[in-house]
Write a protein that binds this ligand. Structure first.
Ligand code: NAD
Length: 456
């Protein structure tokens, strides 16, 4: 792609067309209509790319976006209002406020695992905040990519929202080399996150990085084991484990390990049947590269449930592993698939040491009925987000900021947090002219005492 379409975005942004409340609201409404118009085409595409059911697609992809748009439409006027701020004595009698200014021309880069939601949800925030946008979907979910391109190009002019496609991942450095974006919002692996961060640093472009990592899940001896097994079973194996916030591995108290594994087996059978490869609810692995990576983990432990695979169908059965060496690849790399190591622990200290080998996870999950343990665990494991007696669902609550920390990411979004992420907070102070005390101007000699009284 040459620079002309990018320069058109710059000119459109600078024309001020995207800034008014009515424009932003209209675009959000248009986006909602477009998603609803393309609903069934998107279901088909998500089925082709990942074998997702329409129900799962609604809950985790389209519905999530529609809910995000609805909140943005409802709250937009409030979000856009400048926020009044106090003014200190030094600046009396000025008034102060914080203005929400659009970032400008932004780029959104998405991965393949929730190919629709992870591209379009940030777009909602970008539109609400008044930006022009370049969208870059993942080349590994081509059916969804094609439908989204059609949907976006039919709905928005190219000088406002540009759908960049072609040449795979290489288009990202091409775009970033020839144009200075005002902000980059990236979702994907930590390895590529570092590349994006470096490219952005060269031009001092601010970024949000939504990355991956190993999200640990602790099951304490006082947990409700049946509920824990069901909630872990659904969040680990939906999307065939290809979810950034899926529990990566389980640390279960040794006294309840057998009970937990039995309950998990039962839950998996109910959710995905004895033949998950034919089951309506069970997804496939995205491609052969990921399939090969995942099956290599099967030798890192003893298979106590599942383990069947079919390369033709890109199928890997929901699998539970035991007896895992802590230095094996399955415990060092983000699994991102339907393989679940279960490790027992005796003391919190022992479990904590295992977790801290992969610091700053995107999410951390604790199953316990003890308030004390809940607090202890939350205070010792730094993580992007956390759930107590649940996994993954925190990301569906738009009242919560969603993002990682350190190795699992920089920044956050969803709901109002998305609007804030795509806005610059401009600090404004207005000072009346009727009060212009001499003390503020030289000569300063002899004024130290009064300065010390004002600034303390
Ligand atoms: P990926 O990092 O390979 O690709 C993500 C995007 O980056 C794609 O659009 C791709 O085209 C682009 N890309 C790839 N290589 C690039 C390069 N060298 N330069 C510039 N751009 C490049 O990630 P993936 O395999 O698509 O997704 C899986 C990863 O994403 C997992 O680690 C998962 O945890 C993470 N993830 C995180 C979240 C989150 O919200 N934090 C959500 C979903 C997935």
């Amino acid at each position: 792609m040459n620079a002309a379409p990018l320069n058109n975005l710059r000119h459109y942004f600078e024309s001020g067309a995207t800034k008014s409340y009515s424009f932003r609201k209209d675009q959000l409404k248009k986006l909602k209509q477009a998603v609803l118009k393309y609903e069934y085409k998107l279901y088909d595409a998500l089925r082709t790319d990942l074998k997702k059911s329409p129900e799962e697609s609604w809950v985790t992809e389209l519905g999530m976006v529609i809910a995000e748009i609805n909140v943005a439409i409802k709250e937009l006027r409030k979000w856009m209002k400048p926020n009044r701020a106090g003014t200190n004595l030094l600046n009396f009698p000025s008034v102060s406020y914080v203005m929400n200014e659009p970032m400008g021309v932004v780029m959104i880069i998405a991965p393949w695992n929730y190919p629709f939601q992870l591209l379009i949800n940030p777009l909602v925030g970008a539109i609400a905040a008044g930006n022009c946008v370049v969208l870059k979907a993942s080349e590994f979910a081509p059916a969804t990519d094609a439908v989204m391109k059609k949907m976006i190009e039919e709905t928005f002019p190219k000088e406002y929202i540009l759908y960049a496609q072609g040449e795979g991942a290489q288009i990202v450095p091409q775009l970033m080399n020839q144009f200075r974006f005002d902000f980059v919002f990236y979702t994907g692996s930590t390895a590529v996150g570092k590349i994006i961060y470096k490219m952005a640093a060269e031009k001092l472009i601010p970024v949000t990085l939504e990355l991956g990592g190993k999200s640990p899940c602790v099951v304490e001896r006082d947990a409700n084991i049946k509920v824990a097994a069901q909630r872990i079973g659904i969040t680990k194996f939906s999307a065939a484990g290809q979810m950034c916030v899926a529990p990566d591995y389980i640390l279960v108290h040794e006294s309840v390990k057998e009970k937990f594994i039995n309950a998990l087996r039962k839950a998996i059978l109910i959710f995905f049947s004895e033949k998950p490869e034919q089951d309506y609810n069970y997804c496939k692995i995205i491609n052969e590269k990921q399939f090969n990576r995942l099956i290599s983990y099967l030798k890192d432990g003893t298979i106590v449930y599942g383990g069947r695979t079919d390369k033709e169908k890109l199928f890997i059965e929901p699998t539970i592993l035991e007896n895992i060496a802590m230095d094996s690849p399955v415990m060092k790399e983000e699994i991102f698939g339907p393989i679940l190591p279960v490790i027992s622990f005796k003391t919190m200290e022992e479990a904590k040491l295992i977790i801290l080998k992969n610091p700053n996870p995107l999410s951390f999950y604790i199953y316990t009925s003890s308030r004390k343990k809940e607090k202890e665990w939350l205070s010792v494991i730094p993580a992007g987000g956390a759930c107590i007696n649940n996994s993954s669902w925190h990301l569906t609550n738009h009242h919560l900021p969603f993002g990682g920390r350190g190795l699992s990411g920089i920044g956050y979004y969803h709901g109002k947090y998305s609007f804030d992420t795509f806005s610059h907070k401009k600090a404004v102070m207005k000072t009346p002219t009727w009060f212009n005390p001499k003390i503020k101007y030289p000569p300063f000699k002899g004024k130290l005492k009064i300065f010390k009284w004002i600034i303390k």
